[in-house]
Design a protein around this ligand. Structure first.
Ligand code: CMC
Length: 434
């Protein structure tokens, strides 16, 4: 995207009649943006957009979303094509480096990631400091932030080679830390990574393998895990990615930035939704109770919302949900899972999709609706769901962080505000206050 532009947008101050020409910048595709960078200097006004619904916070070449048409592309490739033809590690390379790798490039990347999967042995002792019943995301915030205390040799963000090593370390080590988090919570021994397995197989092995017996890879589960990871790898400037970029804009080290992203992802309106879906299904309990809960979801005085439904950006369908629904069917069939919650989920989906409230507001199942169901069937406890999202999204966070640091015009992120507090007033001594 060039900042040289002929196009302008005129803004008129109705009080003074003054008008200002603002440059309009075009991306490769998608809506153009009105460049307001000089607005304050020229007009003495800020723009006001608290939830950033109309604000582009950066230029990016990674991911394109058209929410109306249900399109998600990474570096120009549709998510459907990537999910069908690619692998998570190849998508990671694509996001990080800009193009699909040649075989040689892929082999080298695969080798680098594989040989960075082990974590410093001292990190094992971090876990003992946590309660066994700690939420896995709480542990992840701590241990991922802690990585910056172990890998001092890759903390110089201005050195491209150190940036690359940190990126590889994060992509490789976060699955190991995630699996250790799970093992710790169930009181089982940590499993060291296995270099003969691919990324998703190794992750399943570290979670479900035991030192006492060989672990048999189930290809259906490994394939579904790889799809879940691909579908969650990046999603443009969502809350956690924006958090990573904001933290990184202060020149904080990448391990600290990704830990900030994990904290942001934790919330139920973002990555915590897949856990919330299962909890909601438990709360609904039975198919007969669906109408009652649908009414509650529509009631503005009731905080209950249908978790796994709706999306800030997708307003017709979530392209990731379609891919995952298919993987969900395959996993359930392969495992022969007979869980009444799944039947309940399918009935809820059917009824909600016919309900005028949800139809009119374009609320349909999002990716988390199905990922929660698959992960449950695989044997993950609900509290681990958001951790798995973090494993996948690490690739997007790291790629977005790298892109931002490589931007020559990088400046610290610093939004402004509309101040609504008291105007200036004199200090009153405590014995004179009423
Ligand atoms: N259940 C009931 N009503 C809803 C829901 C829902 N899940 N989502 C939105 N609405 C209503 C909302 O009350 C509003 O109604 P009205 O126009 O009458 O005031 C209308 O739909 C528009 O919603 P909104 O609050 O403006 O939408 P938003 O863009 O601010 O919120 C959302 C998006 C995802 C936070 C929200 O839909 C939600 O809370 N969904 C449930 C949580 C969830 O599944 N989150 C995962 C998102 S996908 C993963 C990711 O990409 O991070």
């Amino acid at each position: 995207m060039s900042d040289e532009t002929e196009k302008t947008f005129t803004l008129t101050d109705d009080q003074t009649g003054a008008s200002y020409k603002l440059p309009v910048l075009d991306g490769t595709t998608g809506p153009s943006v009105i460049d307001v960078r000089k607005l304050y200097a020229e007009t003495d006004h800020f723009t006001f957009d608290p939830s950033f619904t109309s604000t582009g916070s950066c230029k990016s070449r990674l991911t394109f979303i058209d929410g109306e048409k249900g399109i998600l592309m990474h570096r120009g490739y549709t998510i459907e094509e990537l999910a069908e033809k690619s692998s998570f590690l190849e998508v990671a390379y694509l996001l990080l480096n800009g193009d699909l790798p040649t075989q040689k490039e892929f082999d080298e990347f695969d080798h680098n990631i594989t040989y960075h999967t082990m974590v410093h042995e001292q990190l094992n002792y971090f876990y003992r400091g946590f309660r066994r019943d700690a939420h896995p995301m709480a542990i992840m915030c701590g241990v991922v932030g802690g990585l910056s205390a172990f890998y001092h040799d890759s903390l110089d963000i201005w050195d491209p080679q150190q940036r690359e090593i940190s990126a590889h370390r994060l992509i490789a080590k976060i699955p190991t830390l995630a699996a250790m988090t799970y093992k710790y919570s169930v009181g089982q021994p940590f499993m060291y990574p296995r270099n003969d397995l691919n990324f998703s197989e190794n992750f399943l092995y570290m979670c479900f393998g035991m030192p006492s017996e060989p672990y048999k890879i189930n290809p259906v589960l490994a394939n579904a895990m790889d799809k879940i990871l691909i579908l969650h790898a990046d999603h443009e400037q969502n809350a956690s990615t924006s958090t990573v970029r904001m933290a990184g804009s202060s020149q904080a080290n990448p391990f600290a930035c990704i830990s900030a992203g994990i904290a942001s992802l934790w919330g139920p309106a973002h990555g915590g939704a897949n856990q919330a879906v299962l909890e909601m299904l438990d709360q609904i309990g039975h198919k007969d109770n669906i109408p009652e809960f649908l009414e509650r979801a529509k009631d503005k005085d009731d905080p209950f919302r249908l978790m796994g439904f709706g999306h800030r950006v997708y307003k017709n369908f979530d392209p990731r949900a379609g891919v995952l629904k298919k993987a969900c069917d395959e996993v359930l069939e392969d495992l022969g899972v007979d869980d009444p919650r799944l039947e309940l989920a399918m009935e809820l989906e059917r009824i909600a999709l016919e309900d005028p409230y949800f139809v009119e507001r374009k609320l349909f199942p999002n990716v988390d609706f199905y990922s929660g169901i698959i992960l449950k069937a695989m044997g993950f406890p609900t509290s681990m769901f958001t951790v798995l999202f973090a494993v996948a999204r690490t690739v997007g966070w790291v790629s977005q962080w790298k892109e931002m640091i490589e931007e020559p015009s990088l400046r610290i992120g610093r939004p402004r505000q509309l101040y609504t507090g008291p105007a200036q007033r004199p200090y009153v001594a405590i014995n004179k206050r009423k």
